[in-house]
Design a protein around this ligand. Sequence first.
Ligand code: 13P
Ligand code: SF4
Length: 320
Amino acid sequence: AAVRTEWAQQVRDLADQRNAVILAHNYQLPEIQDVAHHVGDSLALSRIAASVDEPTIVFCGVHFMAETAKILSPEKRVLIPDANAGCSLADSLTAQQLVEWKAQYPDAVVVSYVNTTAAVKALTDICCTSSNAVDVVASIPADKTVLFGPDQFLGAHVRRTLDRENMHVWGGECHVHAGINGAELAAKAQEFPDADLYIHPECGCATSALYLASAGAVPADKVKILSTGDMVTAARAGQAGGTRSVLVATEIGMIHQLKRAAPGIDFRAVNDRAACSYMKMITPEKLLRSLQELRDEVHVDPATAARARGAVERMIAIGQ
Ligand code: 13P
Ligand code: SF4
């Protein structure tokens, strides 16, 4: 087992004293991932948050993730080491905008990506994450119009996969993933022609990858559109099957978890500047302070949480 630093030991001791569980998203700094009790993608962490026994959850991720944990477990104390850790994608659809969009399609079923505020979730029929978005939309009767937001690239991926025309997609994006573009992907794929491509569906290059595959520029069986958790699963299977090299199109924190899962594979970022400054606001110092001072506590207005809960519970039930 890895030797724990003094800081890591202090964090784990405090977590024990506080009866707290530490959850970390795959985009967190390596030392935060290594000290956490659980590391995963948005869906896995939501499921864990809903089922852990500890009365306190320290969420090392961004604010909407901690809010989702609070919505699922209102009786628990949910802490985030820095409440300013936001998300540009969640900011791209406000509750007021969603109210107006719904008014244009009164009979539509609203599917919101988990990267949204609690107020948007309260106006949503069913939430999804990147790992179950296709299953969630597929669960909606074919004659129902679907409003999908806020991520345009994930929405396009779902629409393309299901070949669903009665699905309207909001024009939001994550600035980190939108910035991983098709030209960079094509250049990297040319440089490493034997590599598999793991592409997060929030990426601007997800469409380009499929285009490159259809044009024969990269072998279609090498292109995999995956959530961060599914990348870890694919890496384990890839290592067992003899994969040597993988190009990764997502936030660069992901590489740490992939190397842990499959040390025999050479993982390279398609864009090694793709760092989420919000995720990186959770520093080792702030995690320690969070446990020492029980801050920043996440609160969701109980009426909003009650309206949002059904949508989040439907999300964690689909794709189990
Ligand atoms: P997943 O971990 O669900 O793939 O989400 C990626 C992301 O951008 C979270 O902010
Ligand atoms: Fe939001 Fe993008 Fe950062 Fe994920 S990587 S938290 S979607 S800004």
